[in-house]
Write a protein that binds this ligand. Structure first.
Ligand code: MN
Length: 684
């Protein structure tokens, strides 16, 4: 681009020179109204020269250079005038007399038309200058003729065929959201990505994420009216407004919010991405219990911790699902205790209600009912608040073929899924998962519980919680009857605070509470059971739950034991069968799985032989075993293939699990199952 020759690059030309009216051509300051002068003029007035003509005695009347349109440069479109479009933050200081502006007719009266130049500034076209009819809402182009000392703006309409719009921005210092506390009360600017939009009865609340965290921006149009409807979740914006405190959180009262596009937006995105990657990096912690299995899992656990931290720092919603037993609950709650303080820190005090949900799963896999519910919630939140779809974390759950139908839905929606489980894994699930941590992958087994692995993952996410959740892996070990070496080490770790009996009571209390909680997360109740609140309430509550659970178990066993049929199989296995449909209390605690487990434990105490216990109902069987070399998922597959028309499905752990089938084929299924058990190579 070249300098405009006509104006020598100044952008304006002198059309007339007049004697200065203020000093009558003398160049000396006369009595003048100091209040009307700018600071610069004032300083000249004080040293005696006329502030209007700068002491020269004459004033030059200039016009914008018609050649270059005021830019001072030749661009090729020399004849296209520039029309300024003022941002809402611009004020009188940004208005240049003689320039062209775009405005909107706000009202028409006898003496002229009022024109809004932005939300703050309104000028007047007098009737005698108003060439043609204008109506409220019309876009007009005007020339600023004069700005009176009282702030009145006098406008002359201009009919333009060709013109170019120049957006006039007002610049405010740009800060990172984490620095705003130091600038409360000031007008500031931030740039970031909108991650959540909430319409209240008053303002619209936008949550904006930048490289240092999030900040809430409140924009008010009219009560209950959606402000900036063009700005949605995912939009990269620049926000200008006053930094203020609301409750304990910093907030920006939005004066202007603008969507950014192109390189402006990608630059900000890249900045956020890089910052997120650093923030998400898990803490470097040593495991409280190092073992061959946990050490081999460490890399995968780090990846899980990093993905979870990333979700927290980008305010992506998190759905945490866990099996509804003592192991699943301790695993889930270890993660919950680690992430909640971070979610509150990053996204504000009430953020956990938008960005986090925990749900128990009755079955040890992701049932259709659960996934359909999770997707429905997620899509609802997306529609209402423009939230991202959630990160789904499955603990003590998610490793088996039975999870695949659900994963096909997460796949359709592109939802990231993390699994930390110790059920015997099926390879087929891995194609649907971002990360899958499972002791079986590294030569371990179910003895390393989900509660143990999640405890260490929780510490990687937020090491500050180590002390308060230290007893959770011990509870999980007892809940899942782990005989792994890690189990006794985790139990020893808290032996100064909890006896083995207390840990086992907590595990039972959890199982009992889980039964009555059904699909609720039961956070407060579980926090008391796990001793995160008052000690005496914890002790009373655990005692109450255990008393009730134990008496119901005793009652159930009194009914069941006389009805157990025991048979010694050719391979030395003691097979114990109970018809739970007819010889057990139904629809109460303990449910069939736990009932079979309790029966199994009683029988095991009386013998050293390999034992298999089979509790069956009309269309299901629950299996517990010891020393019999069982592989339940494998047996389920064989039964499924062999018994056409029996509809066999199920699974679980290798030695503990459940099978479903159609009622009419029960005899065939159970008979074949007993045959298979009789042929097992026992551990002895
Ligand atoms: Mn478990």
């Amino acid at each position: 681009m070249a300098l405009c020759e006509r104006c020598s690059g100044k952008g304006e030309i002198v059309v007339e020179e007049k004697k200065c009216v203020a000093c009558k051509g003398t160049g000396k300051a006369k009595s003048i109204n100091l209040g009307e002068l700018s600071e610069e003029q004032l300083s000249r007035a004080l040293d005696g020269s006329c502030p209007v003509c700068d002491g020269t005695g004459c004033v030059k009347i200039t016009e914008k250079c018609p050649e270059c349109g005021g830019s001072g440069e030749i661009t090729g479109h020399v004849d296209t005038p520039s029309v300024n479009l003022l941002s809402d933050l611009c004020d009188l200081q940004d208005l240049v007399v003689g320039d062209l502006y775009e405005g909107t007719v706000n009202g028409v009266t006898d003496f002229g038309a009022f024109i809004d130049l932005n939300k703050k500034m309104r000028g007047l076209i007098r009737s005698n200058n108003l060439g043609s009819d204008v109506a409220v809402g019309d876009t007009v182009h005007v020339h600023v003729q004069n700005v009176k000392p009282n702030g009145n703006i006098e406008l002359i309409p201009k009919k333009l065929k060709e013109y170019q719009i120049v957006e006039i921005e007002k610049h405010f210092p740009e800060y990172r959201s984490s620095d705003l506390l130091k600038h409360v009360g000031k007008t500031v600017s931030i740039a970031g990505k909108v991650i959540h939009v909430k319409q209240t009865a008053g303002p619209t609340i936008f949550t904006v994420l930048d490289e240092s965290g999030t900040v809430v921006c409140a924009a008010f149009e009219r009560a209950g009216e959606r402000a900036y409807p063009e700005v949605d979740s995912g939009t990269i914006v620049r926000v200008v407004g006053e930094a203020s405190m609301r409750n304990q959180d910093i907030q920006i009262e939005v004066a202007e919010m603008k969507g950014l596009f192109g390189s402006d937006a990608t630059g900000i995105c890249d900045r956020i991405e890089r910052a997120l990657d650093i923030l998400a990096e898990p803490q470097d912690v040593d495991f409280l219990i190092e073992s061959e299995v946990t050490t081999s899992l460490k890399e995968g656990m780090r990846a899980v911790a990093k993905r979870i931290r990333r979700a927290i720092f980008s305010s992506q919603p998190i759905v945490l699902r866990h099996h509804a037993d003592a192991d699943g609950m301790t695993a889930g709650i270890a993660i919950e205790r680690a992430i909640l303080p971070l979610i509150r820190d990053v996204s504000g005090t009430d953020a956990e209600y938008y960005f986090y949900r925990r749900s128990p799963s009755k079955a040890p896999f992701y049932e259709m009912m659960d996934i359909v519910r999770d997707i429905t919630f997620a899509l609802g939140d997306q529609a209402r608040h423009g939230q991202d779809l959630p990160l789904i974390i499955l603990v003590d759950n998610g490793s088996t073929e039975e999870d695949v139908p659900a994963f096909r839905y997460t796949d359709v929606y592109g939802i990231d899924v993390l699994v930390v489980d110790h059920h015997h894994p099926d390879e087929v699930v891995d194609q649907y998962l971002c990360e899958h941590v499972n002791p079986y992958h590294v030569g371990g087994d179910f003895g390393v519980t989900a509660g143990m692995v999640c405890f260490e993952v929780a510490r990687m996410i937020n090491p500050d919680v180590t002390d308060e959740i230290k007893h959770l892996p011990a509870v999980s070990a007892i809940g899942d009857r782990s005989e792994a070496a890690e189990a006794s080490r985790y139990i020893d770790l808290v032996s100064d605070r909890y006896s083995a009996a207390e840990l086992s009571d907590i595990a039972l209390a959890l199982d009992y509470a889980a039964f009555w909680l059904k699909f609720q997360d039961g956070r407060g109740l579980l926090n008391d059971i796990l001793n995160f609140g008052k000690l005496d309430r914890h002790q009373k509550l655990v005692k109450l739950l255990c008393d009730q659970a134990k008496s119901m178990i005793e009652d159930q066993l009194r009914v069941c034991m006389p009805n157990v049929r025991t048979q010694r199989l050719p391979n030395g296995v003691s097979l114990n069968v109970i018809d739970l449909e007819h010889f057990a209390h139904k629809f109460t605690f303990p449910p069939p799985g736990k009932t079979s487990g309790e029966i199994h434990d009683q029988i095991c105490q009386k013998t050293d032989d390999p034992v298999v216990t089979l509790g069956y109902g009309p269309d299901f069987a629950v299996i517990r075993s010891r020393g019999a070399g069982m592989n339940i998922p494998q047996m389920v597959r064989e039964l499924h293939d062999e018994l056409v028309g029996a509809g066999v499905s199920g699974g679980g752990h290798l030695v503990v699990g459940s099978i479903k089938f159609v009622e009419g084929m029960r005899t065939e299924v159970l008979q074949r199952l007993a045959e298979m058990i009789g042929k097992l190579e026992t551990d002895e």
